[in-house]
Design a protein around this ligand. Structure first.
Ligand SMILES: C[S@@+](CC[C@H](N)C(=O)[O-])C[C@H]1O[C@@H](n2cnc3c(N)ncnc32)[C@H](O)[C@@H]1O
Length: 376
């Protein structure tokens, strides 16, 4: 019944519209009736068509969201493949070393046997001396090769151990961050997994720590997501009346953040703005950034997290954030730039440091690297 509703409404609107037109123009009764019938049919077709278009647009948007989730899973898979590749390369080197030591040993033994045979054949008198010398030289060669091999193997093993210890250490410290995050900011429902497209656990912990400690009145989260929801949750936990403004260029992600915030009960502390990317000139530089009109009235920012827009097409896509919003920051405000492991973010940081020397800066050794700038 609900699916036929648009056609039904369209049919009524069409019939009434054409009948009213007929009456207004003064058509005879039969013509008005025919016009109403035609209006009924046309209205039904148009109503159903519009409903179909709306459903299709919804499906396309959902498919786009699924596509980008798939992209993110593929990226994770690539990273894991690269790490597995490093380990495999190390093991292959150990295997190649063992193989080359075995070959050398075979050569040494063959030489020793040949020298022994020659000696026996050439002279019966001094054969003892020659055989002893040949055997001794083969033994020395063998020992040297074995020592070399043992040394190379121990180096390779150490490298493999260091690699996996580093990885385990990183994972453990991320897990510790996540445990603290959950203790500091209770949520009534499960939260999505951090990392990948979302901020990593250590950055999330730093952000909620900042909210809990400094009580920024307005937090601007460029690139909305679970970071916005965690910070709004921190405001709820601290019991003060702040606001996290999450900004997203993509309407589907903006709505997803809003929805996550609603389900976790933090809507009073969260506003999500959909600001599509638009062309802009900042200090003579042509950029594509969030529509600044959508950010009108956002002032008194105490904490700004720069984690968007995505840098898929432009490695320095996040550069305009500080030049455009510096004057809206409170004294002492903190600005966090995520993803400092990437070259694009390092270039942005160098440019910001030159433009805003009055701001203190600190590199953070987070999973994806981060930079914290503090206003005087
Ligand atoms: C780095 S993400 C922002 C993440 C957010 N600060 C957080 O911690 O959850 C930047 C933008 O990427 C988009 N995005 C989020 N998740 C995505 C995904 N899985 N695939 C593609 N784009 C995504 C959203 O439009 C978001 O504003």
């Amino acid at each position: 019944m609900r699916n036929r509703m648009p056609a039904f409404m369209g049919a009524i609107a069409g019939a009434l519209g054409l009948a009213a037109l007929g009456w207004a123009v003064g058509w005879p009764g039969a013509a008005v009736a025919i016009a109403a019938m035609l209006g009924l049919l046309a209205g039904a077709v148009v109503g159903q068509g519009l409903a179909w278009l709306r459903t299709t647009a919804g499906r396309v948007a959902r498919l786009e969201v699924q596509q980008s989730r798939l992209d993110s899973v593929l990226r994770d898979t690539e990273r894991l493949k690269a790490q597995a590749g490093e380990m495999q390369a190390s093991l292959a080197r150990i295997r190649a070393d063992a193989q080359s030591a075995q070959d050398a040993l075979r050569r040494d033994l063959a030489e020793a046997r040949k020298s022994f045979d020659d000696t026996v054949r050439l002279s019966a008198v001094d054969s003892d001396t020659k055989v002893t010398a040949a055997v001794e030289s083969a033994r020395v060669n063998l020992r040297t090769r074995m020592e070399e091999l043992a040394y190379r193997q121990s180096v390779e093993r150490r490298q493999v151990r260091t690699l996996s210890a580093q990885r385990t250490g990183r994972q453990t410290s991320l897990l510790e961050s996540y445990l603290q995050l959950q203790r500091l900011v209770p949520m009534p429902l499960p939260m999505p997994r951090p990392g990948s497209w979302a901020a990593s656990e250590d950055l999330l912990l730093w952000l909620v720590g900042d909210v809990l400690e400094h009580h920024p009145g307005v937090v601007l989260d460029l690139g909305s997501g679970q970071s916005s929801v965690w910070m709004a949750g921190a405001m709820r936990a601290a019991g003060y009346d702040g606001l996290v403004i999450g900004v997203d260029h993509d309407e589907a992600y903006a709505r997803a953040t809003e929805d996550l915030g609603r389900r976790q009960g933090v809507s009073p502390w969260l506003r999500v703005i959909h600001a599509p990317l638009s062309p802009l000139i900042v200090d003579g530089r042509e950029v594509s950034w969030y529509d600044v009109a959508a950010l009108e009235g956002v002032e008194g920012i105490g904490l700004m997290c720069v984690d968007g827009p995505p840098s898929v097409e432009d490695a320095e896509a996040r550069w305009p954030a500080l030049p455009l919003l510096r004057d809206r920051l409170d004294p002492g405000a903190r600005v966090v730039l995520d993803d400092m492991v990437r070259e694009g973010e390092q270039t942005i940081a160098a440019d910001w440091a030159a433009r805003f020397p009055e701001m203190q800066s600190q590199r953070m050794d987070f999973e994806k690297g981060a930079l914290v700038l503090t206003m005087p």
